[in-house]
Design a binder for this molecule. Structure first.
Ligand SMILES: [Zn+2]
Length: 200
C-alpha cells in the first residue's frame, strides 16, 4: 500500500474578522421577509413548471433537495428587494443551487461554471429554460423597496450598526494579535508563561 503523504497539519488559528461575511449575510438576509405559500400555491407552481407528477431540479432534472431563489436576494452586500416567496423559488438540487450562487439563472445555466447544466451537458436544457421563462411570466416576484418602506432613519441605523460591528471586530482582532504575539514570544523564547495558580 502506498504510504500516505500526510504527516502533519497545523490547526488554523480562529480569526474574529474571519466571521465578517457571515455577519454581513445576517444583516442582509435577516431583514428579508419569509412568506410561506399555501398548498394550492405550491400545486400551481409545480404545474407551471410541469412537475405535477414528479418534483425535480428545475435546472438539470436531477433529484431536487431544496427550493432555490430564482432571483438572488443579495447583490453587492445589499438586498435586491426579492424575498423568500414561492414566486421566486424553484425546486433545485443543492449542488446546482451552490454553483448558481447569486448569478442570473440563465447566465449560469448556459455559462461555463463547472457544475452548470451547459457544462454537464444536460440534454433538455432548452426545454428547462423555457419552463423557467414560463415560471417567471406566471407572476412577477415581489421586489420590495426596503429603504422606502421602513424610512431613511431606520435604514441608515441598520447599516450604521453593520459598520460599527465590523469596526469592533477589527479592533478586537488587533487585541487578539497582540495577546497571541506576546504569549507566542514567551513560549518560543523559553520564557515560562505565567501559569494558573502561580503566586502573584
Ligand atoms: Zn440541478
Amino acid at each position: 500500500m502506498a504510504q500516505s503523504s500526510f504527516r502533519f497539519a497545523m490547526p488554523k488559528a480562529v480569526r474574529i474578522t474571519g466571521r465578517s461575511s457571515s455577519i454581513t449575510n445576517s444583516f442582509v438576509n435577516g431583514i428579508v421577509p419569509v412568506i410561506r405559500p399555501s398548498d394550492a400555491e405550491i400545486d400551481e407552481a409545480l404545474e407551471v413548471l410541469g412537475m405535477s407528477a414528479e418534483v425535480v431540479c428545475a435546472y438539470c432534472g436531477d433529484r431536487a433537495t431544496e427550493w432555490d431563489h430564482l432571483r438572488p436576494l443579495v447583490q453587492n452586500q445589499r438586498p435586491t428587494g426579492y424575498i423568500h416567496e414561492i414566486h421566486n423559488l424553484v425546486p433545485a438540487r443543492g449542488k446546482c443551487n451552490q454553483s448558481k450562487g447569486n448569478k442570473h439563472w440563465r447566465e449560469w445555466m448556459f455559462g461555463p461554471a463547472r457544475l452548470s447544466p451547459r457544462t454537464r451537458e444536460v440534454p433538455d436544457i432548452e426545454a428547462r429554460s423555457e419552463a423557467l421563462e414560463r415560471y417567471e411570466a406566471w407572476t412577477r416576484p415581489t421586489q420590495v423597496d426596503f429603504a422606502g418602506t421602513v424610512g431613511e432613519e431606520l435604514w441608515e441605523q441598520h447599516w450604521a450598526n453593520h459598520r460599527a460591528l465590523l469596526r469592533q471586530m477589527r479592533t478586537a482582532e488587533e487585541v487578539v494579535k497582540q495577546i497571541r504575539a506576546r504569549i507566542t514570544a514567551g513560549v518560543e523564547e523559553g520564557v515560562e508563561p505565567r501559569l494558573i495558580g502561580d503566586p502573584d
